[in-house]
Design a protein around this ligand. Structure first.
Ligand SMILES: NC(=O)c1ccc[n+]([C@@H]2O[C@H](COP(=O)([O-])OP(=O)(O)OC[C@H]3O[C@@H](n4cnc5c(N)ncnc54)[C@H](OP(=O)(O)O)[C@@H]3O)[C@@H](O)[C@H]2O)c1
Length: 264
């Protein structure tokens, strides 16, 4: 999306923006004119290196960026991240809750440790971020955008993250009501199939994903554009909604293979 004066001097925090969809969202918000906090999970290694690369790309767009490591599943780590945001620019206008991590296996096979991590990272982590960022968001009349997935609505045998995304979409409605009166808008984007690192892992467990044609996959940039829209004044009438961005994939799920297409 083109630069928009509304975004100038505003600050976005995108959780998990060292790669994949989060990276595309960070770059799209920077292209629109915002400065960006690039969150990643680990203080060292490829996590740090990739986040720094995203910051360099944002710098090349003429915007400012800092990389801040924080495990969103840890309340104290999230608290330190928000302190870093506050110390950097003293404001936060957009909080994009994108970070996610989950094992790909059936729910009945999850180890206790995996189940706890699933909930801590993908449910509690987002709530920690909202709780800690709320004073800054309230001061700015800010926006929160969650990133959900079609697993919130459709069964996938190796995708326990789906139940966390269903909870997320309920949180979107709850938070839109509870935070709306405090001047903070809350919405979500629900993505279809995006060929990121996590997709590459998932397809090892679900071979049928390989047969989804390219035209029914969606690019990280297409999702990112809708996030920018939801952060913009053009979305002022959108509240508590989850916008599906999937290139029409979910429309096809009800067209089983044994039903022939009508002749046109
Ligand atoms: N790929 C898809 O098909 C698809 C479709 C719809 C929705 N989504 C959703 O879009 C979001 C991004 O997905 P993706 O495919 O881009 O994922 P990805 O390529 O696996 O990237 C995940 C990002 O989240 C970060 N992260 C993981 N755990 C974290 C934690 N505890 N604290 C902070 N950051 C953490 C990672 O940081 P490190 O680099 O430090 O590991 C990385 O930046 C997720 O919410 C996912 O559910 C994905």
């Amino acid at each position: 999306m083109a630069e928009n004066s509304f975004f100038s001097d505003k600050v976005a925090l995108v959780t998990g923006s060292s790669r994949g969809i989060g990276r595309a969202v960070a770059l799209a918000l920077a292209k629109a004119g915002a400065d960006v906090v690039v969150n990643h999970s680990k203080p060292e290694g490829s996590s740090k290196r990739k986040a720094e690369e995203v910051c360099l790309e944002i710098g090349e767009l003429g915007r400012k960026a800092i990389a801040v490591p924080a495990d969103i599943g840890s309340k104290s780590s999230v608290g330190e991240m928000i302190e870093a945001v506050s110390g950097w620019r003293g404001r936060l206008d957009f909080l994009v809750l994108n970070a996610a991590r989950a094992p790909f296996k059936p729910i009945e096979k999850l180890l206790e440790r995996e189940l706890r991590q699933l909930v801590e990272t993908n449910y509690m982590g987002n709530i920690f971020c909202i709780q800690k960022a709320l004073p800054l968001l309230e001061a700015a009349g800010g926006k929160i955008v969650f990133i959900s997935s079609l697993g919130s609505r459709f069964y996938n045998p190796s995708y326990p993250l789906g139940s966390m995304k269903a909870a997320m979409e309920t949180l979107v409605r709850d938070c839109a009501e509870s935070l709306g009166d405090r001047g903070v808008s809350v919405n979500a984007v629900c993505g279809g199939i995006v060929r990121t690192d996590s997709f590459k892992t998932l397809r090892q467990y679900m071979e049928e994903l390989e047969s989804i044609p390219d035209e029914l996959c969606v690019s990280p940039e297409a999702l990112a554009d809708v996030v920018v829209f939801l952060c913009s004044p053009a979305a002022r009438g959108v509240r508590g909604q989850t916008v599906v961005v999937d290139n029409g994939l979910s429309n096809r799920l009800y067209r089983p293979a044994w039903v022939k297409k009508p002749k046109s």
